[in-house]
Design a protein around this ligand. Sequence first.
Ligand code: PNS
Length: 188
Amino acid sequence: MTAKPQRSAPARPQLPPVAKQAIYAGSFDPITNGHIDIVLRGLRIFDRILIAVLENPKKDPLFTTRERVAMIREIFSERPEVEIQSFHGLLVDFAEKNRTRIVIRGLRAISDFEYEFQMALMNRKQNPEVETFFMMPSLRYSFLSSNLVKEVFSLGGSVSDLVPRLVERNLRARLGGQSRGRIPKKAG
Ligand code: PNS
C-alpha cells in the first residue's frame, strides 16, 4: 500500500518559478533619481520591472496617482521593459494578479530596515509566494527621499540633481516657484 501524499492544496494559483518580472512598489510622490537608480539596477537582474504606484488618498500626496503615473511613464518612455500601473489594496494581491513573485524595495540606510523588515514579513504572511528583494541605491542617493525633495524644494533649495527635470518642472508648477508653497506632510 502506498502512502497517500499529504494534501496541502494551494489556495492560490501557482506563480511562475522563474522571476522574469519584479514589481517595484511605492508611493513615488514624486519619483526621484534614487527610485530611478533602483529600477535601472533591477533591470540588470529582471527582464521586466512593473512599477506599482500606490493610490494613497490617506497619505495626502502632493501629486495625484494619475500625475505620478504619468511622470514615471514619461521618464521611462524609452524603456519598454518598464511598465507602470497604479494599485490599491494589498500589494501581495497586486503581485498575484500580475503573476509576479518578487517585490523590490530600496534600502537606503539602516533606519529604513525596521519598517521594511516588518513590511516584508507581513507581506510574506499574507502570501508566502511573494518574496521581497532589497536593493541599495547608489551611495549618492542614500539620503534621498520624496519627502525631503518636497520639503527642500518648497523651502527654496535645489533639487536639480535629485529628480529628473520633468519632476522639477512639476514641483514648480505645483508648489509655485521655489520659495512658496506648502511643506508636505511627513508620510508619503
Ligand atoms: O514608497 P512607500 O510609501 O514607502 O511605499 C509603501 C508601499 C506602497 C510599498 C506600502 O505602503 C504598500 O505596499 N501598501 C499597499 C498596502 C499593503 O499591502 N499593505 C501591507 C504592507 S505590510
